[in-house]
Design a protein around this ligand. Structure first.
Ligand code: ATP
Ligand code: MG
Length: 271
């Protein structure tokens, strides 16, 4: 068996007495489309921070392509190909759409030669391609502050892709998107090459089931289950973690027949 791209072993993050992430072990193969779901406060965003290195682990180890990441800084991990979109936006609001993506691409490649006209033209071409991919080609010159919420989320994906990640972590990329926008997002994510491994946190289960080949359910910081989308949908423990007993079955309807037409938001269901 080939070794996984990302491997977590006994990873924990405690805040005082709160075990936000508690002894999580997880293998993500290269090329996977892996979803991480769970009720509000389950520890999903914290786990992402432990993977990117923006927060240190309390215990456990992480490896990327077999190399130990645990003691590595966030920039070192970014250079090894970990890129993310955040649950809360981190865009430069006064800059244009194009410049936000260009800055990310320059951070990836270093800005030493970026003033050479030939390099600049090539970088702008690449950025233009990314903006087409996320559907923002008509907004290249628009300041980010003027974008709709959904457009900003699309831009965040372009910014993350500009870093040419081998591991792309997406934290609720469809949050606040219209059905048309999240449908486009799903199509974009499905079109990414297998050289980009995806881990996606998403409350919109239509997006999850349209994309994921494996799903991990976190509950109270712990892994409740990792399985195929069908296994997760059928799991009574997952039903209970989301809704408690005696509530309607969240997954009974299964995924939407039209991939990427979201409608089922767990966030509003969680008690
Ligand atoms: N810096 C922090 N200090 C103290 N507690 C924290 C900190 N960050 C997160 N927590 C707590 O850790 C738990 C997990 O939070 P986290 O943001 O990872 O959840 P989540 O699964 O991403 O939730 P949501 O679906 O609402 O985004 C929560 O109880 C949260 O209040
Ligand atoms: Mg979160």
């Amino acid at each position: 068996m080939t070794s996984p791209l990302l491997s977590l072993s006994g990873v924990s993050r405690h805040f005082g007495a709160l075990k936000a992430v508690d002894d999580v072990s997880l293998d993500v193969p290269a090329g996977a489309r892996h979803a991480l779901i769970g009720p509000n406060g389950a520890g999903k965003s914290t786990l992402f921070k432990l993977i990117t290195g923006s927060m240190p682990v309390t215990a456990g180890t992480l490896t990327l392509a077999g190399q130990d990441l645990t003691g590595r800084s966030e920039p070192q991990r970014a250079r090894r190909g970990i890129s993310q979109t955040l649950q809360h936006s981190s865009l430069f609001l006064s800059q244009t759409v194009e410049d936000n993506v260009l800055l990310a691409a320059q951070r990836r490649h270093g800005s030493r030669h970026s003033l050479l006209p030939r390099r600049q033209a090539a970088a702008r071409d690449r950025v233009g391609g990314l903006l087409v991919d996320v559907g923002l080609e008509d907004r290249a010159g628009t300041p980010v502050a003027s974008l709709s919420h959904g457009e900003r989320r699309q831009l965040e994906v372009a910014v993350a892709l500009a870093c040419e990640p081998q591991l792309l972590l997406l934290d609720e990329p469809a949050a606040g998107m219209s059905p048309a926008e999240s449908g486009r997002l799903v199509r974009l994510l499905r079109s990414l090459p297998a050289s980009v491994t995806l881990v996606i946190v998403e409350h919109d289960l239509d997006v999850v089931f349209a994309l994921a080949d494996a799903v991990t359910v976190l509950h109270l910081g712990r892994v409740l289950l990792t399985g195929t989308p069908d296994e997760v949908r059928a799991s009574p423990a997952v039903q209970e973690a989301y809704l408690g007993t005696g509530r309607e079955n969240l997954f009974l309807d299964g995924p939407s027949s039209t991939a990427g037409t979201p409608g089922t938001s767990v966030r509003t269901e969680v008690v």
